[in-house]
Design a protein. Structure first.
Lengths: 802, 324, 105
């Protein structure tokens, strides 16, 4: 990418663009982190306000503060906002600001994609809340169970606001996930092996894998919902043979990994804060890393514990119960390791430390109620009651939010150059701690007394009034605590003590640069000697031997920082316009899509070539873009896997014909399969030619691949038209719905591939590609081959298998 | 059983709310409470250990001015193994009885000697019928004590969940699927149930009542339910005429008078304790209000408001209340 | 570039001959898959047979055309891990959907 030279003066501003425009076009990970932080804190306050209204309504029996319909919208929006617009992006604020610093890098692997992630997230958050302005906020719960979400039961566009905004948020998260995986794996400073990375970076890495693998199932579930609502398909239509469990499975296959996405960053923060303030290393750091990996991996196998009441049968119930109990083991290990870190330390109590220590206690309570939920018979008395509400808030507030607050107080000096007031911090820590417990501990009692969730009122005879009132009082106390933090934050900008580079005597690399860091993060890429490398530099190893100081190693070509770009925000604006257009006006939809497509093309072609940065090979010996593509393809395994699983699950359940046996044309499809396979051969020939620098052959084989791709699309178009004539459409029956959506999305992927290859061909024909651009053809090739292997799976499972 | 008993007595009557999960009145509920007690004890032990160590560490290992750096211990393999195996053993202790109880209580098949009650969850009321016994009722039903009751759950609209806390766990009503739950209620009495799966505007207003009777009383109830409607005769003739001549008959069945099936069966409405699915006590005033403007009282309800005069509404209510 | 996770055959390359052989195998196996459907004797094992054959094709494209055979082990972990978990989910979803009492009104 093209670059701006920066003199090696610390604090020399590199941003040629200032003011508002500078923020709108920034690609600096630190600024993007701040953008995430500020927006998500605003959404946290909105979600908190929604919660306070909910609690006010429940303070006494039969209150009429809000209508039933509005109450249902409040808890839907509260849940959706807190999960997707508050906790996740607050975590992202830290990923963005801290991870490059902690691994000794100057930015992330794809700075403009990073900006795109933020602006798409903001678009999603604004779109969701716009539903209030249109007087149709979603009111189906944050989990939107089908079939309540279908048109016959919820005709208003409330569900569509929810659906589209979740898709935007998912897109933002997946892009960021790919970006951070590439960054962490490929951009570590020399000497930083994976096992020497700080725990926060490890947890971030694990969370990004969870994001890219867990979001596709809900993306598909939401696509099914959108198709049912807009195009008349039958995915959740009981009368046509649809299974209402499908939505629940897809939602929770995402939803359970999602809770680990929410908590692991907080665990990572605690694993930084506790050792720093106890002045000793994290106890059992390797085990903490492995337990994080295990939790994430097993997290994909326990989703059924959200469905114990759904009637999956005793075998499935028992299997999920045992899997859930198993996950408690690595989680428990973390608690004990933190306690062992404290043990024998020299503990300095600061606000950051209080929140971290608070997490240890509160998450333990949340974890224990979680263990109760893991036993189906007990869970069936707790499911959908306030007991679960208590559990989830202990882990989400006591866990995630307290972790975030620990991080805020810990890294505030680094990000702002100012210290937060410790005395005020002590005050609102206790206000929040007391307020939180007064709000949520009684909710265990309410659950035990049988109070269901999601009810806008209750009668006095239930006996729920006392604890409801106590809980409401606690909620307002908690709110005061959060407000006091905001006061401390705002005051720090004027009155906060100026912060040194290393206010806490830290252990990791972010403390080795100024507070705040210069735009280029480090004047020199720091040396890495061990885990807790900065501590090693300051205090030496076990024997007190400090490493030999390295002679200064200024960058040979000066420090290059990426230029700002306007395309991320333009693309996101296009998507936002398209989203409104989908619900309001086709013209707006078309315009929005057009703007998005133009912006994405401009984005892709913007930094077409810069000789200084043709080499983007990182620590793993792989080009950043290739690594990113493989991660994306891993994500696509889940996308297509979900589509295929739905096809298989629904096989034979259509209530009316035609059936696959009657209509699928196997000989013809065998031919089209052969065509697609051969196109892959042509693609590898194109890549080999590009790597040799043979432009003529590159163009020839690229052109050939495109032609074969178009032929495949031709076969598919012919097939779709034939089927239509023979009476099989999207909405004919369950087979039509699953078949056309599965093969249609595959065809769309082929079309995108053809477009991509055509763009490369055009660039080549105009003389703009040379040997150094071979990686671009390589990653297009990887995408193309993957689309091919997905077809191999579809061909077998849909067409061939009887 | 000791812990729930202790909990109940410690909290006095506070834990015996009508929806309390800590009071067991069926075989399933007793199984569940035993398991609940076991897990609660295990949790208390773990919590005491964690909070104890945390509290002690925070007090004992404070920074003091001039304190040297503490020993930089990195780990201790044996300790870590111990606190991996320890919790694993505790979980094993919980897992074994869990699986046993799951296989006792989550089976979907009907036991041969069970009384079958078909439960249909509607937005926002409950229909109960006894196949083979020619009884259909709504929002309140009776079962005999000491005999397995097989609840077959179905639904014509959205997801609901059938839950009587004192009988033990809940089971979802999933349209398109036949879910089932079998319990043996053991103590005569009146029990509350409520929908436990968000189902729209009046999800909060979808309660029901179960009466557990002696076998003799149950047979008497069955016989009464099977009979066609019996009202108070001339005293409610005006109300009956209103009922038979208005839109009521399009939605409600009163055996011998009307055959509508969109709303609850009202043949023996007067014998129920509540109206509107547990919303109000079944008495003249609330019923008259309901009949005039149900949507105001129960958000989203499918029953429309009617332009009855005060007198008409009371007459209608009197008629309905007389349908014992 | 000090990462100890680099693959064993790192930086190797397939040549034209390899690509053509792979393409040839893909063609033959595809034809066989089509044929197998019509050979009556194989009907009892047609499903496992088809699954194995398509898995073979899948592997060939991934290992050779996508170059994974010659790439660093990190990519094997990433893609392989995704494939394993995704396949597990497909199996779980299809199994869970078969195991119920369906009531049709």
């Amino acid at each position: 990418m093209s670059a701006t030279r920066v003199d090696a003066l610390p604090h020399a501003p590199a941003h040629a663009v200032g003011g508002v425009r500078g923020w709108l076009t920034t690609v600096d990970h630190k600024r993007i982190g701040i953008l995430y932080g500020v927006s998500s804190f605003a959404f946290l306050l909105i979600g908190g306000l929604e919660a306070l209204i909910i609690r006010a309504q429940l303070a006494q029996p039969n209150l009429g503060l809000v209508s039933a319909e509005f109450y249902n919208a409040l808890f839907t929006m509260h849940g959706t906002t807190m999960v997707f617009l508050a906790i996740m992006p607050l975590n992202a604020a830290f990923f963005n600001y801290m991870v490059p610093l902690m691994i000794g890098a100057r930015d992330v692997a794809f700075p403009r994609l990073n900006a795109l992630s933020f602006w798409v997230f903001l678009a999603g958050g604004l779109f969701l809340n716009a539903s209030f302005l249109f007087r149709t906020p979603p009111d189906v719960g944050w989990f939107g169970y089908a079939n309540l979400t279908l048109r016959p039961f919820t005709p208003s566009p409330s569900v569509d606001f929810w659906n589209i905004s979740l898709q935007l948020l998912g897109l933002s998260s997946i892009i960021a996930g790919v970006n951070f995986i590439a960054t962490i794996l490929n951009m570590r400073a020399p000497g930083m092996t994976l096992m020497r990375m700080p725990l926060f970076v490890w947890m971030t890495l694990i969370v990004q894998f969870l994001v890219v693998f867990a979001f596709p199932p809900i993306t598909v579930g939401l696509i099914f919902l959108a198709f049912d609502r807009f195009f008349g398909t039958h995915f959740y239509n009981v009368a046509a043979g649809g299974d209402l469990h499908l939505w629940q499975h897809l939602f929770w296959i995402f939803g359970h990994p999602e809770v680990y996405i929410l908590i692991l960053p907080a665990f990572g923060i605690v694993s930084e804060v506790i050792p720093t303030f106890a002045r000793k290393p994290l106890f059992g750091a390797p085990v903490m890393i492995y337990s994080g990996i295990l939790i994430a991996f097993y997290g994909f196998g326990v989703w059924g514990h959200h469905m114990f009441a759904a009637g999956m049968g005793p075998v499935a119930d028992a299997a999920f119960a045992i899997a859930t109990m198993l996950i408690a083991i690595p989680t428990g290990v973390k608690i004990f390791n933190w306690l062992a870190t404290l043990w024998g330390g020299t503990i300095r109590i600061t606000t950051a430390f209080r929140f971290a220590a608070g997490l240890i206690g509160l998450f333990t309570i949340g974890g224990l109620s979680g263990i109760m939920h893991s036993s189906p018979p007990v869970d069936l008395q707790q499911h959908d009651t306030y007991f679960v509400v208590a559990h989830m808030h202990y882990v989400l507030i006591g866990g995630s939010l307290f972790g975030i607050f620990a991080g805020l107080h810990y890294w505030w000096p680094k990000m702002t150059g100012r210290l937060l007031d410790e005395r005020l911090g002590r005050l609102y820590f206790w206000v929040m701690f007391v307020g939180f417990n007064v709000t949520f501990f009684p909710q265990h009692f309410l659950g035990a007394l049988g109070m269901p969730r999601r009810i806008y009122t209750y009668s006095a005879e239930t006996g729920w009034a006392l604890w409801s009132l106590v809980s409401t009082i606690g909620a307002f106390i908690l709110g005061v605590g959060v407000a006091l933090f905001a006061v401390n934050a705002l005051r720090s900008f004027r009155h906060g003590t100026l912060a040194p580079a290393d206010p806490w005597d830290g252990r990791t690399l972010e403390w080795r640069t100024s507070s705040p860091p210069p735009p280029h993060d480090f004047d020199e890429i720091p040396p890495v000697y061990s885990r807790d490398t900065f501590w090693r530099e300051k205090y030496g190893d076990r024997h007190g031997t400090k490493p030999v100081p390295r002679p200064p190693q200024p960058e040979a070509h000066g420090i290059h920082m990426p230029d700002p770009s306007v395309w991320p925000i333009v693309a996101a604006a296009g998507m936002l316009a398209a989203a409104f257009g989908a619900l309001l006006q086709v013209a707006l939809l078309v315009a929005g899509v057009a703007v998005t497509v133009v912006a994405l093309f401009a984005f892709a072609l913007e930094h077409h070539r810069n000789p200084a940065h043709a080499d983007q090979v990182g620590e793993l010996g792989v080009d950043h873009r290739k690594l990113a593509m493989w991660v994306f393809l891993g994500s696509e395994c889940f996308f297509f896997g979900t589509l295929i699983a739905t096809y298989l699950a629904y096989k034979g359940r259509s209530v009316v014909g035609p059936t696959p046996e009657e209509i699928l044309n196997i000989p013809l499809t065998t031919l089209s399969t052969f065509d697609l396979l051969m196109s892959s051969l042509l693609m590898v020939l194109a890549l080999a030619a590009a790597q040799r620098g043979d432009r003529r052959q590159t163009r020839l084989w690229l052109g050939g691949t495109i032609v074969f791709g178009v032929i495949f699309l031709g076969f598919q178009a012919y097939e779709f038209i034939e089927f239509a004539h023979e009476g099989l459409g999207l909405r004919t029956n369950l087979f039509g719905s699953t078949f056309f959506v599965l093969t249609g999305f595959h065809g769309a992927h082929v079309a995108v591939g053809v477009t991509w290859l055509a763009t490369l061909l055009v660039l080549d024909l105009r003389g703009k590609l040379d040997v150094a651009d071979a990686p671009k053809i390589e990653i297009a090739g990887l995408y193309w081959h993957f689309v091919d292997v997905v077809w191999i799976a579809i061909f077998t499972l849909v067409y061939l298998v009887p | 059983m000791l812990v729930p008993a202790a909990a109940v007595s410690a909290g006095g009557c506070a834990w015996d709310g009508p929806m309390s999960t800590l009071i067991a009145r069926s075989d399933v509920a007793r199984d569940v409470l035993d398991l609940y007690a076991l897990i609660t004890w295990a949790s208390i032990v773990i919590a005491v250990v964690v909070f104890g160590v945390l509290g002690y560490a925070l007090l004992r290992f404070r920074d003091r001015p001039g304190a040297p750096l503490p020993p930089q211990t990195q780990g201790h393999p044996w300790l870590e193994i111990a606190w991996t195996i320890g919790p694993a053993l505790i979980l094993l202790l919980i897992a074994v009885p869990t699986v046993q109880v799951v296989f006792r209580t989550q089976i979907q098949a009907k036991p041969p000697d069970a009384l079958e009650v078909v439960v249909r969850g509607h937005q926002w009321w409950w229909e109960f019928s006894y196949p083979g016994l020619d009884v259909v009722t709504a929002n309140e039903f009776v079962v005999p004590a000491g005999r397995p009751v097989y609840f077959a759950l179905e639904g014509p609209d959205v997801l609901h969940s059938f839950w009587v806390p004192k009988f033990g766990g809940k089971r979802d009503v999933v349209p398109g699927r036949r879910n089932a739950i079998t319990v043996v209620p053991d103590t005569p009495g009146e029990y509350w149930g409520q929908c436990a799966e968000f189902c729209g505007a009046s999800h909060a207003n979808m309660g029901f009542r179960v009466v557990v009777a002696t076998p003799a009383d149950f047979d008497r109830w069955l016989a009464a339910q099977r009979a066609p409607a019996v009202d108070a005769g001339a005293a409610v003739a005006a109300g009956k005429a209103l009922f038979a001549g208005s839109a009521c008959v399009g939605c409600h069945t009163v055996r011998g008078v009307s055959t509508g099936v969109l709303g609850p069966d009202l043949t023996h409405f007067g014998s129920r304790r509540t109206l509107g699915a547990g919303l109000f006590p079944n008495a003249l005033e609330p019923l008259a209000e309901w009949v005039r403007d149900a949507p105001r009282l129960k958000p989203g309800v499918k029953m429309p408001a009617f332009a009855y005069t005060d007198e008409q509404a009371r007459a209608l209510a009197a008629y309905l209340l007389s349908l014992e | 570039m000090t990462d100890p996770d680099r693959g064993p055959a790192d930086g190797g390359h397939a040549d034209l001959r390899t690509y053509l052989v792979v393409a040839g195998i893909l063609t033959v196996v595809t034809a066989l898959e089509f044929a197998v459907l019509y050979i009556r004797a194989l009907t009892p094992i047609v499903v496992p047979l088809l699954l194995v054959m398509s898995a073979g094709k899948f592997a060939l494209v991934v290992l050779f055309f996508m170059h994974l055979r010659y790439d660093t082990r990190a990519l094997w972990w990433i893609f392989g891990g995704a494939l394993v978990v995704a396949t597990g989910l497909v199996v779980a979803l299809t199994t869970l959907s078969g195991d119920f009492l369906v009531y049709r009104r």
